[in-house]
Design a protein around this ligand. Structure first.
Ligand code: SIN
Length: 526
């Protein structure tokens, strides 16, 4: 087993990872480890932009209230305020780093509108290729000073005396390495691949959450999974995302007969919060109806949305018909590894940033285009925190876990996990469906535990991670006996009303246990 030391090890290579590396790699020895290619991430796929209150008639308070209304008042107020207040300054810092945001003819920034935003405040790049612009520009900056290890899978965190001091990895030849650093940062992204239809990259299998869980970190809000209402779907297969910005420019969701689906369902109609639109679409599709995005209102569609036009062309959708077939797909995990504003988790030495982290800014349902903002804001905080901390070179001597010859028990296929999650823990959940999923996951209890002396392949590890995350989502959904944002139960269709600070608004849920901890594993029976 090779042992490699560094100042900072980042697992994952999306926007959050590259932002941290960009700030730290000038003075620190930074290693990025990714299980795929460095450009293979959800960030690169992001069509939506970055929300920030930068226009003269906007204010961080308006952005704040839009964020917590969309989040169904489950947000952490302090963290949310911090996020939106930082918006304008992080946009300036991105511009300084060379990011080009789209401009109008008069050279002012072209601000787009997306669901649940009270005004135009979304900056885009390349029309619908904001993620690509950010990732490629930052990558070009960090490449020189950062060691990037591709195609290496982080198996488990290395914890000694309650502190995270490293990570074990395996490459595709099953050869093992141990990376040791005083700062280990999870930037592993989301969990979309647990569902049959998803907008996420193939790498989004929840590895960071599963690793942190096995290490004993606090995990929260796992029941809140956001389904994007408008994915281009053909023969029940998700082909790609059709950004909410398309509806922001006037597209409408229509039935086969041309009726507007969202008329009368919410005051914001097609631009209602994502959970509301996704449920309305799901209900219609469950009755065997078909739905389309009518884009006839949008001039120069191909020029404004080049990436979406390319996805449509690939799927043989003729844009001259002005109709794109749509269905919802798993898009974003609001929960994850609990962090504070410095990105610290409950385990010293372990940080989390981006979608893997539960900062509390998204509440029960993320506001559109707040995710890239979250990546940039909290990545900057983590990097500054690390710069300030005195760095101790590790005094720990890692105890190498010998891999034995014992084989892991029978595991389900990825497809089986997706089927269970989509059917039982999807857009609409019932008591019965959750019970069914819980008992299914319980069968694979052994896959969720931290084991020793087991010889496991990368593929098996991925399945174990997916089982762990699927179980955590199901358990959290079972325990929350109300509906809120991305979590909807037919047996508890309403949100519980609570006093929240001095205002009477809805507050976080039924379960008084905010965290799902490793102890849950002990009580796996339903
Ligand atoms: C979209 O473009 O609709 C997705 C953007 C986001 O999830 O914020």
């Amino acid at each position: 087993m090779t042992v490699i030391k560094a100042d900072v090890v980042i697992i994952g290579s999306g926007l959050a990872s590259l932002m941290v590396a960009d700030i730290l790699s000038v003075t620190k020895n930074v290693i990025i480890i990714t299980k795929s290619n460095v450009t293979d991430s959800n960030s690169l796929l992001a069509q939506g932009g970055i929300a920030a209150a930068i226009s003269g008639d906007d204010d961080w308070r308006d952005h704040f209230f839009d964020t917590i209304r969309a989040g169904c008042y489950h947000n952490d107020e302090t963290m949310t305020e911090f996020l939106v207040r930082q918006g304008p300054s992080v946009i300036d810092s991105l511009i300084e780093k060379g990011i080009d945001f789209d401009r109008c003819k008069d050279k002012s920034y072209a601000l787009g509108k997306e669901g649940a935003h009270g005004r135009r405040r979304i900056l885009h790049s390349g029309g619908d290729a904001t993620g690509k612009e950010l990732v490629m520009k930052l990558l070009a900056r960090v490449k020189e000073n950062t060691t990037i290890i591709e195609h290496e899978y982080a198996i488990d965190l290395l914890i000694q005396n309650g502190t995270c001091i490293g990570v074990y990895t395996k490459n595709s030849e099953q050869s093992k390495s141990t990376y040791i650093a005083p700062f280990i940062i999870l930037a592993t992204g989301g969990i979309g691949q647990l569902y049959e239809v998803t907008s996420n990259s193939e790498q989004a299998t929840g590895d960071g959450i599963a690793m942190a869980f096995r290490a004993g970190a606090a995990i929260a809000d796992m029941e809140f999974v956001q389904f994007h209402p408008t994915m281009l779907v053909k023969s029940s297969k998700g082909i790609g995302l059709v950004s909410e910005a398309v509806r922001g420019e006037g597209a409408r969701i229509v039935t086969e007969k041309g009726d507007f689906l969202m008329a009368g369902k919410h005051p914001l109609e097609d631009l209602a919060p994502r959970d509301v639109v996704a449920r309305a679409i799901n209900e219609h599709l469950c009755k065997n109806g078909l739905l389309y995005l009518d884009i006839s209102n949008i001039e120069h569609f191909t020029k404004r949305f080049p990436s979406i036009a390319a996805i449509c062309e690939k799927a043989n959708i003729d844009l001259h018909d002005n109709r794109i077939p749509i269905a919802p797909g798993a898009h974003f995990m609001m929960g994850g590894v609990v962090t504070n504003e410095k990105g610290e988790t409950s385990i010293p030495g372990l940080y989390a940033v981006g979608e893997v982290a539960r900062t509390g800014v998204h509440g029960a349902n993320r506001l559109a285009s707040n995710s890239l903002l979250e990546c940039v804001v909290f990545a900057t905080e983590i990097a500054n925190e690390i710069l300030q901390k005195q760095q101790f070179s590790s005094i720990f001597v890692p105890v190498m876990e010998e891999e034995g010859t014992r084989k892991i028990g029978h595991l389900p296929s990825e497809l089986e996990i997706k089927e269970v999650m989509t059917k039982c823990v999807g857009i609409v959940r019932t008591r019965q469906s959750l019970k069914e999923a819980l008992s299914w996951f319980t069968t694979y209890r052994f896959a969720m535990l931290h084991w020793k002396n087991i010889n496991i392949t990368i593929e098996q590890q991925k399945i174990c991670n997916m089982i762990t995350v699927g179980y955590l989502i199901t358990l959290a959904a079972w325990e929350r006996t109300e509906s809120r944002g991305g979590h909807y139960r037919t047996d508890h269709p309403h949100s519980l009303e609570r006093k929240w600070k001095h205002k009477t608004i809805y507050f976080s849920g039924a379960s008084e246990k905010p965290y799902v901890s490793a102890k849950c594993i002990e009580k796996l029976s339903v």
